[in-house]
Design a protein around this ligand. Sequence first.
Ligand code: KIV
Ligand code: ZN
Length: 524
Amino acid sequence: MTTTSKSEQDRVIIFDTTLRDGEQCPGATMTFEEKLNVAKMLDDMGVDVIEAGYPFASDGDFEAVHEIAKRSKNSVICGLSRAAHKDIDRCAEAIKPAERGRIHTFLSTSPVHMKYKLQMEAAQVYEMVISSVTRARNHTDDVEWSAEDATRTEFDFLCRCIEAAIKAGATTINLPDTVGYAVPEEYREMFRKVRETVPNSDKARFSVHCHNDLGMAVANSMAGVAGGARQIECTINGIGERAGNAALEEVVMAMRVRADKLPYWNNIETTMLTHASKTVSAATSFPVQYNKAIVGRNAFAHESGIHQDGMIKNASTYEIMTPETVGVKGTSLVMGKHSGRAGLIHKLEELGYKLSRNQIEDVFVRFKALADRKKDVYDEDIEALVGEEMTLGQDQIKLKSLTVIAGTHGPQRATMKIDVDGEIRIEEAEGNGPVDAVFNCIKALVPHDAKLELYQVHAVTEGTDAQAEVSVRLSHEGRSMTARAADPDTLVASAKAYLGALNKIVAKRSRSVREETQAMVTAI
Ligand code: KIV
Ligand code: ZN
């Protein structure tokens, strides 16, 4: 949306409750330092209101809210409080150092909550709304009141409580879908009707707060805004009680990408969204699901050959926003068994390789074989394949097959078939361990007196299906030859690396013989 089309009426306040509703969910507890770090990031990112915690809950929570209130530069710092006066006073103390502080006090209004949780009559609840908001208003003029479980509250009673809260001084009215029960149309209608019915509704800003129990938190939030709400309460990565809250990154990007249908704006610096997601995930140790909208690791990744082909031709074929908009460096074409030639050629170019058509065909066949055995094929895997391709064809000794019997009952045995300049040789050998058996087999197949100087294995990538890269150095007649080979099977990689070094020795020897012959010819 361009600056000229922005109107204050369409502005949506982003109220982040990662440090309160997010942090209070099982397992997401953050340390004091982690909370400060998250708060700083939210402040830098343009979040309008940071709900920094619930100060009455513990001294730790109080200290965190207090410190965040001291440090934050741009955001309003908010503390949550129940309706009891001692809660409200403690909250007020916690947010005191903030340049702009808010008290957010709440009380349940639904029949089920009033009867079982509060064990109070509606009339008592009504009185408590007034007394709590009045108390909060004595501390600050920025007071938010929430009707907990608003979506299951009887409409007339909800309207009476809202009217009383506004009259007592609440400047923001939040109507949470506490149990994630609403559907978008009914949530939108609730806001529309409440704003139409409550006589002083124009004196307050209305707010949505949606839980994700039916997976509709973001849709409901946007529906509430369509119904007239102008504040969205949300969390980074959607963390929160039970199934979580509406995800900040999703509501923000929904408004950004679909401004045609959701003509509202906010102040979030979207290029920080991925960083924010990672920061919160690291602080809470809550992993982000791979296919999470906007910030999941697959959000801008394409593996299918058809999609990769489309993406190479034009990114708009399969992406509705650029990865850069949310702070991701770029689209990633993930190489796997679904990738096609176009994807591989693109990847090779990206890695800086210029191969002939025949070489590409060869690499493609071996890439497909590798992808069938290995879930993800990383750049390093492709590089290893290209490396092999570059030396292939020049080799006089080629591995055709290898079978190794290993385990607790030795001796280990290897059976190997090789092609030496078109001649097929097969041998079997034992060894003190499987690698030794493989190397003994090679010695039986190609007798030589080169000495093994180095044998080194490392995983090219992560995971148990990672390719092993083996380096072998052989010394022969005072010279050392090193070769490397990669394969998901360490023993195959070992055999290839050994044969690679041996091939270099053989190639050197034939070159010397050629050079000697040449010298003789020239002498004659
Ligand atoms: O879900 C909810 O109702 C809440 C309130 C405390 C606002 O988190
Ligand atoms: Zn909540």
